[in-house]
Design a protein around this ligand. Structure first.
Ligand SMILES: C[S@@+](CC[C@H](N)C(=O)[O-])C[C@H]1O[C@@H](n2cnc3c(N)ncnc32)[C@H](O)[C@@H]1O
Length: 253
């Protein structure tokens, strides 16, 4: 097995276990964040849209309410099962689901008006390869939208350490500058940036087995008072709360 295959198996293992909880977690469909995502995507009812690493289809289904045709592709079959169930429950019949890899998209050049991915680049050993593929399948007058956590340069290493405890398929969350540089490297233009802070409760986001280590990490961060992980961790009556610092970057191909 190559290193890439080993990593992809980690992703499939993680998101097979987490497919259902991820699909049901309210923060992943949070209204204000979704409104900003939809605004960046700016889809119309005659457009073909691709959601790369679509997971349980939360963004794809929201896009399908507005687009002509949506395709969702993901590496993890259990996620595609969740996506199919979601579309069926919402009576959406304009979405095609596929199991496949973002770094080798099984679509013709220039076949989509919008190519979107959310919360996926931080799982990829080579996000540039995925972004290049997203550019290839996007029409010249289309838009490419990447949504992901972007820690500051000062907090990136601590943020990655925290995420790897929570999720062994985490590689690295790019800073906004690194993400913009990736866009330039693959030849994308006219970057526009927005973003949001996604507030979360720690105990809803990790396996029981990882909770002690994670809690210790967050408690040390809170006690230090310097926000070294860069997520505004704090105690609350329900448990430890923090936010994901999320950027939305839209480019022209
Ligand atoms: C955190 S989930 C995000 C799901 C969805 N995009 C969302 O925002 O609700 C990350 C997803 O990326 C998928 N993924 C990771 N690497 C991938 C790759 N190389 N190709 C396709 N999917 C990938 C995983 O299977 C998982 O479903």
């Amino acid at each position: 097995m190559t290193d890439q295959m080993v990593h992809e198996q980690k992703i499939i293992d993680q998101f097979t276990r987490w497919a259902k909880p991820f699909a049901e977690l309210p923060i992943h469909a949070e209204e204000d964040a979704m409104a900003m995502t939809l605004s960046a995507c700016a889809v119309a009812d005659d457009m073909a849209v691709l959601d790369v690493a679509c997971g349980p289809g939360i963004v794809a289904c929201a896009l399908a309410e507005r687009a002509g045709r949506v395709t969702g592709i993901d590496l993890t079959p259990a996620m595609i099962e969740q996506a199919r169930a979601r579309a069926e429950a919402l009576a959406l019949d304009t979405i095609d689901w596929q199991v496949g890899n973002a770094t080798a998209l099984p679509f013709a050049d220039a076949s989509f008006d919008r190519v979107v991915t959310r919360y996926s680049f931080h799982h990829m050993p080579d996000p540039a390869a995925a972004l290049a593929e997203m550019k290839r399948v996007c029409r010249p007058d289309g838009r490419i939208v990447v949504i992901d956590a972007t820690p500051s340069a000062e907090t990136q290493a601590a943020y990655d350490r925290m995420e790897i405890v929570r999720d062994p398929s985490h590689t690295s969350a790019l800073t906004l500058d690194q993400l913009l540089a990736l866009g330039e490297d693959v030849g994308l233009t006219e970057a526009t940036v927005t973003g949001y802070r996604l507030d979360a409760l720690l105990q809803t986001l990790a396996d029981e087995a990882d909770m002690a280590a994670l809690t210790a990490l967050f408690e040390a961060d809170i006690a230090g008072g310097e926000d070294r992980i860069g997520v505004g961790a704090r105690q609350s009556p329900e448990g430890i709360r923090f936010h994901f610092p999320v950027s939305i970057v839209m480019w022209r191909p």
